[in-house]
Design a protein around this ligand. Sequence first.
Ligand code: CFN
Ligand code: HCA
Length: 539
Amino acid sequence: ANRVYPDPSQVREELIQKYPAKVAKKRAKSIIINDPEIIPEVQANVRTVPGIITQRGCSYAGCKGVVLGPTRDIVNIVHGPIGCSFYAWLTRRNQTRPETLLDENYIPYCFSTDMQEENIVFGGEKKLKIAIQEAYDLFHPKSIAIFSTCPVGLIGDDVHAASREMKEKLGDCNVFGFSCEGYRGVSQSAGHHIANNGVFKHMVGRNNTPSVGKFKLNLLGEYNIGGDAFEIERIFKKVGITLVASFSGNSTVGQIENAHTADLNVILCHRSINYMGDMMETKYGIPWMKINFVGAESTAKSLRKIAEYFGDEELKAKVEAVIAEETPKVKAVIEEILPRTKGKTAMLFVGGSRAHHYQDLFSELGMTTVAAGYEFAHRDDYEGRDVLPKIKIDADSKNIEELKVVADPDFFNPRKTEAELEALKEKGLEINGYSGMMKQMTSKSLVVDDLSHYESEKLIEIYKPDIFCAGIKEKYVVQKMGIPLKQLHSYDYGGPYTGFEGAINFYRDIDRMVNNPVWKLIKAPWEKAGNGAGLAASY
Ligand code: CFN
Ligand code: HCA
């Protein structure tokens, strides 16, 4: 446990020294030595230098896979070559639970127009319309969504016109398209934005049936990976909170169309869905607040924040009772595991929110995050929305059609007055504000945006962390270096990891990984004779 950490400025040098001068200069702006008091500026959401092996994915992934993918009763047709649909088929582990066997669930299916050279030359709209008709004839779904892949933008197929035409023709099916060509923007992040705009424009507000319940909210930025949403639903039910709609874990078209009848939006993954929170606030007067159900303490804190928002004594008492009931089980597992995990180190390089949120679970196990970063987050996710004076225009927004959202006089209903919001703020309940990753990380830890493959190998050689958290592309390379890798995207085969039960699952999985003797049987590259490990050798 008595580790000596390397000098972070030397590490930073080591990470960039092999790059050509121009690349090194650019990468240096994304490799930051943390200071939680000052919060230094991080370069984020900029183009990856071509040639660098990035962890990032594409805009289509962010739109189709991330935001729309988890809604079970939309037929999602991918307009493009078959690979784009095939490689996004069930890989994200977003689970769903139809209420009856007769309920629609298209998540297990893989729909594609299977674009060929002929369509590239002569256009693919005709084929797309035939595909929409075929899906309709086979399934009679409520909704069909069309997703553009790179070639669609290059040849100029108009998926929106095709969707409008087919919507008119079919009559009882909502058909809409997304211009989420993979190359748009700099990462998945652009796809989130495109998805938010489309869902808001084509789905939210279509069903005005008032929702029932005393405390009605929407859960935004939760995608039911490994069953996370099931655990959150269990807790909401226990405390008496009504979940009107989820964006979009375990969700249905009906929920999303009715979402504007809720009283509050709570946001878990701010990166992927903040646009929706803002647009719903402007049009319907529904305030949003950041919560976090990753980590037992964060879960308790978030429940208290929600109860405080509604200001109802009965709800507050219920929340306290549930926390009191659930916490001892969590504490007992921590007590058992802590002696084996305390003092160990972790690195987290994931997406746009988990590299921050999962640090809570590690600190509950007494583990320190020595380096972390997002693949595609923006400066506010690092520095905190409250730190930045004014959020800069997103680099990925340049390609995105911005919706002109205005208040709907029939539905605009400010759920809290200015004075009430002010009073909540005084209690430390920030509405529309939150802190980013850096405020929570220790001084001198490393924060690296859009980590490259090369940099990840260097970091591992230098720090030899006890666990590395990333995705499938990193997993086996890192494990061959003798370091266990936990996938924080798919959770490998595990989960749920949210809420109280989820925290327990996570502690047990991490204990099994970091204390597994198998890693000592592997010779890491730096342990092999004649394989100099650079800076690592001096620590
Ligand atoms: S489920 Fe979310 S939590 S939505 Fe986002 S930023 Fe991805 S798919 Mo992978 S696991 Fe990851 Fe986050 Fe939000 Fe997932 S950290 S990269 S686009 N993400
Ligand atoms: C995506 C989805 C992904 C990929 C995960 C990974 C996910 O970005 O396209 O790289 O292992 O969570 O499934 O982030």
